[in-house]
Design a protein around this ligand. Structure first.
Ligand code: TYM
Length: 313
């Protein structure tokens, strides 16, 4: 048994990742994962709540693992795995569904936001937090690095653990979120949270042309000399000490500041983009298979204990 604590996070393979995903979740993971027993999951069943195109999802799964490798996660130091290859996740989610109430799940932001927009939520989106609780609790995760928008989901996971422990005796550990100051909500080109659904992203492996096009579209209706939306993105890739004199020198010159940001983003992204392009599908598939086999072993033994206490085994 390792004396290390356990760290787990996951991302949905539902489209191109953006720098919000990187700074909010992947970078915090990268900074500490070697100090923990670490798991990095592909949340493909979660993606089914929104993706309706099999070929696209299949490609998304490969691409997200390619991303994990390109940003520098070493598969020797983290279990990189695919949720759908470990059936215990959906099995445990069902058990949690049977413990929580409908009003409790109705408080979830993802569900509430959908309903508030007058859209119909599918039942998968409604029970989504219990699948995520299963992802986390199966591995006894202590810490879950995520962006601010996932805070409530970690609370749901704690709640699921508590409800289960209360009903059947101490079985699950209550996890903690790891949400870093300053990157919990990475803003997009319009100043709102960067999100694929708002069309305000800078893709993580964008070409210089795409970076330029997105940066030029950053909304700069700020009142002072400093374009806040440009600065908010700029400070992710360059220290504020370095930025201070630049923003002073080019005070009010939004175009020049945007051009500096384009160069800085490109310098930051291009080595990762090159690595991304050099990783083959075969390498990715081998990583998924190896990691998922390891995850399955752990999940299997945990579920044996769960099945026994709930009485189905
Ligand atoms: P997902 O796929 O929507 O997002 C992946 C991660 O990126 C973070 N993120 C951001 N952080 C800062 N600023 C932003 N603008 C921004 N946009 C996205 C998210 O907070 C997240 O950490 N439910 C999860 C996936 C999941 C999971 C898990 C996570 C499934 N099971 C178990 C942790 C543990 C999700 O949809 O993330």
């Amino acid at each position: 048994m390792s004396a290390k604590q356990t760290l787990l996070t996951g991302l949905q393979p539902s489209g191109d990742l953006h720098i919000g995903n990187y700074f909010g979740a992947l970078k915090p993971f990268l900074d500490v994962y070697k100090d923990y027993q670490s798991f990095l999951m592909v949340a493909d069943y979660h993606a089914l709540t929104s993706v309706r195109d099999g070929a696209k999802l299949r490609q998304g799964i490969i691409d997200i693992v390619r991303t994990y490798l390109a940003v520098g996660v070493d598969p020797k130091d983290a279990v990189i795995f695919k949720q759908s290859l470990v059936q215990e996740h959906t099995e445990l989610a069902w058990i949690f569904d049977c413990l929580v109430t409908v009003p409790f799940l109705q408080q979830a932001h993802a569900y509430k936001d959908k309903v508030a927009k007058g859209l119909e939520a599918n039942a998968g989106l409604f029970t989504y937090p219990m699948l995520m609780a299963a992802d986390i609790l199966l591995y006894n995760a202590d810490v879950v690095p995520v962006g601010e928008d996932q805070r409530q989901h970690i609370e749901y996971a704690r709640e699921a653990a508590a409800k289960f422990n209360n009903a059947y005796g101490e079985t699950f550990k209550e996890p903690k979120d790891m949400i870093l100051k300053g990157v919990g909500v990475v803003p997009g080109t319009d100043g709102q949270k960067m999100s694929k659904s708002y069309g305000n992203t800078i893709p993580l492996f964008a070409s210089k042309d795409v970076i330029a096009e997105r940066v030029m579209s950053i909304v700069t209706d700020s009142s002072g000399d400093k374009p806040e939306n440009v600065y908010a993105i700029h400070k992710l890739v360059r220290s504020e000490t370095e930025l201070e004199p630049i923003y002073k020198e080019y005070a009010g010159k939004y175009k020049a500041l945007k051009e500096t940001l384009i160069d800085d983003l490109d310098a930051f992204i291009s080595p990762m983009r090159e690595r991304y392009e050099s990783i083959t599908d075969e390498q990715v598939i081998a990583v998924i298979e190896e990691g998922s086999a390891k995850a399955r072993e752990i999940a299997k033994s945990k579920m044996e204990a769960v099945r026994a206490v709930v009485g189905v085994a």
